[in-house]
Design a protein around this ligand. Structure first.
Ligand SMILES: *Cc1c(COP(=O)(O)O)cnc(C)c1O
Length: 352
């Protein structure tokens, strides 16, 4: 740390992303990336012609992309903002809307408390139920701003739009931010509710279900006033936040929705296959509608399992945190990768 650091940041604890090691070719089941490449149209869109334009700034309004996203979700372009990954849109929202405080589950996406700390936002943690699900009634009429990841991460449990509506409707003077990073793996989006409620902001990312984690693209959908606040944040921070290649890629991906639907259905099938295998071996799991499983085994602690899998060339994610240190989160890869995972776990449990 330098002697120039802002006093407030002296003991600051930054977010720690999942490891991306380069020493070995691991089977990467630790950061919920898609095992499938982007669709052919995306690869075509990032062509030489577009690359040759990298001397020019991208369109700061990302007009073409935003129009496409709006059309896809049957909303107006004024209801859509794009960001450099959902992490950026979350950062904008925490700064723009949560001055008076926010609440979210005790076990959820690790970036929420980091943004709260960074922007001096007071926050309270609402414990998940004993079964690690989000307790809807805990949020109904709570009278606070709320952030919910739906499906929740790293637990995978998922609320229905009906539940989200209860929470939104009962907190009319507070903002409810629903982070739907994993919604395309079996959940139902709350985006249609943004037409009915002016206190709901839904954020989606291209990182998981659209195979573009490396391109950094996400969007928020909400009523016009909320979107214009987020655009104000963007224009005060980084007007060119979504680069030229990513704008084209994001557009092309929406033209090939079938490709992603097929891949996501495959991931869902592989998730259920993996779940059955792990249950058979004696694992306990939450019921996940995301592209990962959150699992524990009574005979081995989470950290041990994580380390032993790493030794065998398979990366999963483990947190040394209260309530979840027994668990590992396993991203769903291809069927072949998951078969290797199950084999490796069998060897570990058998003492090999
Ligand atoms: C992966 C993830 C994100 C981050 O997505 P990016 O768009 O890659 O920044 C946001 N929220 C949750 C819950 C996630 O799991």
């Amino acid at each position: 740390m330098s002697r120039f650091i802002n006093n407030r940041l002296k003991d600051f604890k930054a977010y720690i992303p999942g490891e991306q090691p380069t020493d070995l070719e691991y089977i990467k089941l630790n950061t919920n990336e898609s095992p499938y490449p982007p669709s052919p149209g995306v690869i075509k869109a990032i062509n030489e012609g577009e690359i040759n334009k990298l001397n020019l700034y991208p369109n700061p309004d990302a007009k073409k992309l935003i129009r496409k996203i709006a059309e896809f979700y049957d909303v107006s372009p004024n209801n859509v903002v794009v960001g450099n990954g959902s992490d950026e849109l979350l950062a904008f929202a925490f700064f723009a809307f949560f001055e008076k405080g926010v609440c979210f589950p005790d076990i959820t996406y690790g970036f929420y408390p980091v943004y709260a700390e960074l922007y001096n936002v007071p926050y309270s943690l609402i414990p998940l139920r004993d079964d690690l699900s989000v307790g809807v009634s805990d949020y109904v009429g709570i009278g606070k701003n709320i952030v919910i990841a739906n499906p929740n991460a790293p637990t995978g449990t998922t609320l229905e739009p009906f539940d989200i509506e209860e929470i939104v409707k009962s907190n009319p003077d507070h903002l409810v931010l629903v982070d739907e990073a994993y919604i395309d793996f079996g959940g139902v989006s709350a985006i249609p509710l943004t037409k009915k409620y002016d206190n709901l902001l839904v954020i989606h990312t291209y990182s998981k279900a659209r195979s573009m984690a490396g391109a950094r693209l996400a969007y928020g959908v909400a009523n016009e006033a909320l979107i214009s606040d987020l655009k104000m944040m963007k224009y005060s921070f980084n007007p060119y936040n979504v680069n030229r290649l990513t704008q084209e890629a994001g557009f092309a991906a929406l033209e090939e929705a079938d490709y992603y639907r097929k891949n996501n259905n495959e991931i869902i099938k592989t998730r259920e296959y993996t779940r059955e295998c792990l249950l058979e071996l004696g694992f306990e799991m939450t019921s996940s509608k995301a592209n990962f499983l959150f699992a524990k085994f009574r005979g081995i602690n989470g950290e041990d399992l994580y380390l032993k899998l790493k030794d065998k060339g398979i990366l999963v994610r483990h947190w040394d945190k209260p309530r979840i240190s027994d668990y590992v989160r396993i991203s769903i890869g291809t069927r072949e990768q998951m078969e290797k995972l199950v084999e490796a776990i069998k060897e570990i449990l058998g003492g090999a």
